[in-house]
Design a protein around this ligand. Structure first.
Ligand SMILES: [Zn+2]
Ligand SMILES: [Zn+2]
Length: 516
């Protein structure tokens, strides 16, 4: 059984209305790893739903977290906002409600395209609505027990000054020191470094639980049954361990089924890519969504167990990944696969989120599509070019929609991340400044004559190119010469399919021009 089904079975059996929670702290650029969390959550949700259960997926945005420091991608004036909750800091571009919105909104819009069916919850609104009040009250009144639990779980010295809750100073907007001896529900005294003193109301957005308490408090608010989270929280003595004890011993509830996942490592051309300092990452979660077909991104996170690290290779690896997805799709519909492929075929099925197509969709080799996109001026033109080598008459609306999405991903990839050696553009005429020898000229002339009444398939064209070369300049020189007169480079896409995708008249004319 696939791991998502194993978890879904367990979750479905333990309760009537399961709730899967997942979350993100949008304090800066959203990383590819956050996608793993969202997709893992959605996969469990849809797997539970397929068992006939009424299941929700809640996506919690930690919009009340403070900005810990001014990151390198932020303007200098943001120095003055450190320590403030990100929902109260202005957006850096001026186009969003606040700092949290600025970083998360584009990501949420994009996640939509992955068909992640979640309810968005902003943590600061939970505070504003008083949802945390009961749990804040317990955290304050049972503070000594909380301190003892944290001491036992983390193995660190018990800190008698530990504060489970930080009041928000109304004067400077930063989290400050509570005065627990001045607590009487719902008011808690505070004193701030800025000189301000007074009381905050814990039923309002006037203070925040520390993460180790906020997390279990959220489990209580939502009745969370399962939750994916990064392995840093799952470490021994980490916040899941302490949360498990706090939720039962302080709040009187139960911890969710933990789905801890490993991180995503960025690669390009098989090489590990280091973080980009000024951006926070070389490839953001948003980039990954824009350049990877959504079904492939789902598949990538499903084919590996959550506890296995994933390499996201945005170089040629992206093409391999898509090819593999298409292969598993084909294997699923043919019902022909090896035991070793069984897990990946299941990952393909779960990646459809309960909308598996009825029959094998149209498959166009992704590498071929990468070439066609570079030959075409728009999507209609893509369809026209594909029609020269593929039977497009049976393409369904689903096929066309998927093709259009893939074309969009390829364009984004070509513009931003593709290695130079896959890029080309067909020159409108024989490129200026290239030297053509007399032998090459006679080769082009002979080939033009042969291709004028060729069957115009990839194989027949390939045969013509090599047959004619045999008696003149030889294969290697012939291929090189062809690429030079078409794209001005010494190498290019596989010549047979490449030429077959072009209009015959265009190719013959180019050969005649070059033979002059
Ligand atoms: Zn903005
Ligand atoms: Zn203050």
């Amino acid at each position: 059984m696939h791991w998502a089904d194993v978890i879904a079975k367990e979750v479905a059996e333990t309760c009537e209305h399961p709730l899967i929670a997942t979350g993100i702290s949008p304090t800066g650029i959203i990383h590819v790893g956050s996608l793993r969390e969202a997709i893992t959550g959605e996969s469990i949700r849809s797997a539970v739903a397929s068992k006939g259960k009424d299941v929700r997926l809640v996506y919690l945005i930690d919009s009340f977290d403070p900005l810990r420091k001014r990151y390198e991608f932020l303007p200098e004036e943001y120095e003055k906002y450190t320590g403030m909750p990100i929902c109260m800091i202005p957006c850096p571009c001026g186009g969003h409600k606040n700092y949290a919105h600025h970083f998360i909104q584009p990501f949420l819009d994009a996640v939509d395209s992955l068909e992640v069916h979640c309810e968005i919850v902003w943590t600061h609104e939970l505070y504003a609505k008083g949802e945390f009040a009961k749990w804040i009250d317990l955290a304050i009144t049972k503070r000594q027990e909380v301190i003892q639990i944290l001491h036992e779980v983390t193995g660190k010295d018990a800190d008698p000054n530990f504060s489970p809750y930080d009041p928000l100073c109304p004067d400077c907007g930063r989290f400050c020191k509570p005065k627990f001896d001045e607590y009487e529900f719902p008011y808690l005294g505070y004193e701030c470094k800025c000189g301000s003193t007074g009381k905050v109301d814990i039923r309002k957005m006037e203070g925040k639980l520390k993460w180790r308490l906020e997390w279990p408090a959220k489990w209580m608010i939502f009745g969370t049954s399962a939750e994916p989270f990064g392995k840093d929280h799952a470490a021994a003595g980490g916040s899941y361990d302490s949360g498990k004890r706090i939720v039962s011993e302080i709040f009187g509830g139960k911890a969710p089924y933990p789905i801890s996942y490993e991180f995503v490592q960025l690669k390009s051309g098989g090489q590990i890519v280091q973080m980009h300092k000024s951006l926070g990452s070389a490839v953001t979660g948003l980039d990954a969504i824009h350049m990877t077909p959504p079904e492939v991104l789902n598949y990538l996170f499903l084919r590996s167990q959550p506890n296995r690290a994933i390499d996201y290779d945005y170089g040629m690896g992206l093409l391999d990944m898509t090819d593999e997805y298409d292969r598993m799709e084909k294997a699923y519909f043919a019902n022909e696969f090896t035991e070793a492929e069984e897990n990946n075929v299941s990952a393909y099925v779960i990646a459809q989120h309960n909308h598996v197509p009825e029959s094998l969709p149209l498959q166009i080799s992704y590498r071929h599509l990468v070439n066609v996109v570079q030959m075409a001026k728009d999507f209609d033109n893509v369809l026209e070019i594909l029609g020269r080598t593929e039977d497009m008459s049976k393409a369904t609306d689903f096929d066309i929609k998927r093709l259009e999405t893939r074309v969009g991903c390829i364009r984004f990839w070509l513009d931003n991340f593709a290695p130079d050696n896959v890029k080309f553009s067909i020159q409108p005429k024989v490129p200026e400044g290239i030297e053509i020898t007399a032998d090459e000229k006679s080769y082009f002339k002979a080939l033009a004559a042969r291709l004028a009444d060729d069957a115009w398939t990839a194989d027949s064209i390939n045969a013509a190119v090599t047959d004619v070369a045999k008696d003149s300049i030889g294969n290697k020189a012939a291929f090189k010469a062809m690429y030079r007169i078409l794209i001005g480079k010494n190498m290019g896409p596989r010549l047979g399919p490449f030429l077959a995708s072009m209009d015959r008249g265009f190719v013959v004319e180019r050969l005649q021009q070059a033979s002059q």
